[in-house]
Design a binder for this molecule. Structure first.
Ligand SMILES: [Zn+2]
Length: 307
């Protein structure tokens, strides 16, 4: 039987968790994503940043774009759906792509028809793409039998007039990747405290977007938390006040991240920040006025200043 780590599947209680990666490459300029980042910050952290977390030559941070597959007693749940194929996008990296993501999902033993629940941590372009696929010129739900769970608070924001005009910056992903699941009757709005059971529940983690959600998986001994975009890169453990240019409310995002890191530091909770490179999951460790991150299965923290 294959080693758990080899096939990338974790077991917790009656559930299994594995990642379905769409891409993991140097993608974003640290100066683009983090307004507070200056060249000195990169120089100070260069020994641990490159090459694992940053391409030094291109000056691009390595960003994973991935989904999380949870199987729980016959229920198949997909958390976030990456950026998708054939989408009309402003950023070339996302534009009219042909990712083998569905093949990777099938290789994990799941056909689209078998997905029961799609949970959107939030409604950003790199988290909703595979909600739909192109069929005869129309965007149709990729998962015909799934309920698509979306935070009520999140949807109120994106359907309202105060949301940023994503069309200019990204392409109209709400129209091609979110509205079709409402049109098909598959969208379901959930409240912040929604729980699937005592072993699987949502936590509201607002700031990056107003209705941003984290998902807790637990058994009697352990806890795993899919923390979505509460942090995007290990640099935010070194500099926990750094919010991103893409945060709807950077101040709120900072407060939520600070609170989350303080609560989980030096515990055995395994945190999976959506965009952290493989193996993604790990532990938050306190380092004086900031934090470090140690990937699960590794003996040393990745962020350089081990105690
Ligand atoms: Zn994201």
């Amino acid at each position: 039987m294959a080693d758990e780590r080899e096939i990338g599947e974790l077991t917790i209680g009656a559930m299994t968790l594995r990642r379905i990666v769409e891409s993991e490459v140097p993608l974003l300029s640290p100066f683009e994503i983090f307004p507070d980042c200056e060249p000195g910050h990169l120089a100070a952290n260069d020994p641990w940043l490159a090459p694992r977390f940053m391409d030094r030559t291109a000056q691009l941070l390595v960003i994973a774009i991935q989904s999380f597959l949870i199987r729980r007693g016959g229920l198949t749940i997909l958390v976030d759906t990456c950026s998708g194929n054939d989408k009309d996008r402003k950023r070339p990296f996302f534009d009219h792509r042909d990712w083998p993501w569905l093949a990777r999902l099938r290789a994990a033993g799941v056909a689209p028809e078998q997905v029961d629940i799609v949970l959107c941590s939030h409604l950003h372009v790199d988290h909703v793409g595979w909600n739909t696929r192109l069929e005869n010129g129309r965007w149709v739900p990729t998962f015909p039998n799934a309920r698509y769970l979306i935070s009520r608070r999140e949807w109120e924001y994106w359907k309202g007039s105060t949301a940023p005009n994503g069309v200019v910056r990204t392409g109209d992903y709400i129209a091609d990747s979110v509205l079709p699941v409402f049109a098909s009757g598959q969208a379901e709005l959930v409240d912040d405290d929604h729980a699937f059971g005592s072993d699987l529940w949502l936590e509201t983690t607002p700031g990056h977007t107003p209705g941003h959600l984290a998902l807790h998986l637990a058994d009697s001994r352990r806890q795993i938390i899919l923390s979505g975009d509460l942090m995007h890169h290990p640099l935010q453990l070194r500099y926990p006040d750094w919010s991103t240019r893409f945060c709807a409310d950077p101040g709120r995002a900072r407060a939520t991240r600070r609170d989350f890191l303080a609560r989980h530091a030096d515990t055995d909770h395994v945190i999976f920040p959506a965009h952290f490179p493989s193996p993604t999951g790990g532990f938050v460790e306190r380092r004086g006025d900031h934090y470090g991150f140690r990937f699960d299965g590794e003996t040393h923290g990745c962020t350089g200043d081990d105690r």
